[in-house]
Design a protein. Structure first.
Length: 191
């Protein structure tokens, strides 16, 4: 186990990214049966991507160009600005297709000095969700603005190697917890 003595600093969330922008406004009329995958808020879990097989949405290459869509890539962090809960985030996995995301999602591409794994774990803390909850606005559909997300303060190690190890450690814990939660469900199916 490594021991780190590097300092931590407090930074605005937006400062950890080389890109921090909203997804695209895609209406039902813009969707197609195949083409470029549209990642929606329902695909975003807390620290995990939820691939809803059979419920995928797509747009055509022509629509992608016409609407000047922002392509997203594996490794990008996608943050849902809509509940439940608002602010949940995951790292986009490799899906073997080109992808875009909906307007109610923020695309966050980490800079070289920031670890996506660390950031996603940080964006699953109680402190973060309390902040997001305090910023929700809107009538029928409450959401957090990208500007308010950008201003969230993150405590982060200055050394990326430490960020990566912390992110990996908590990801392993999440996996272990998920396995233990599924164990009673699996066992009950056997009896």
């Amino acid at each position: 186990m490594s021991v780190f003595l590097a300092a931590w600093e407090q930074r605005k969330l937006v400062s950890l990214f080389s890109k921090f922008t909203d997804g695209d406004w895609i209406e039902s009329k813009d969707q197609a049966n195949t083409g470029i995958r549209l990642i929606q808020t329902g695909n975003i879990g807390i620290t995990e991507f939820i691939n809803k097989f059979g419920n995928e949405k797509w747009i055509s290459e022509e629509t992608f160009k016409k609407l000047n869509c922002e392509e997203i890539f594996p490794g990008d962090i996608i943050i849902s600005r809509l509940p439940d809960p608002a602010g949940r985030a995951c790292i986009l996995p490799k899906l073997d297709t080109r992808m875009i995301t909906a307007v109610d999602c923020t695309i966050a591409r980490t800079s070289r000095e920031a670890s996506a794994e660390f950031i996603v774990q940080y964006l699953s803390t109680q402190t973060y969700f309390k902040y997001v909850q305090s910023c929700l606005a809107g009538g029928t559909r409450q959401r957090i603005s990208r500007k308010n997300l950008a201003n969230f303060n993150v405590s982060i190690p200055t050394e990326i190697s430490e960020q990566k190890q912390i992110g990996f450690f908590f990801k392993q814990l999440d996996t272990l917890i998920a396995l233990h939660q599924r164990k009673p469900e699996y066992t009950s199916k056997l009896t």
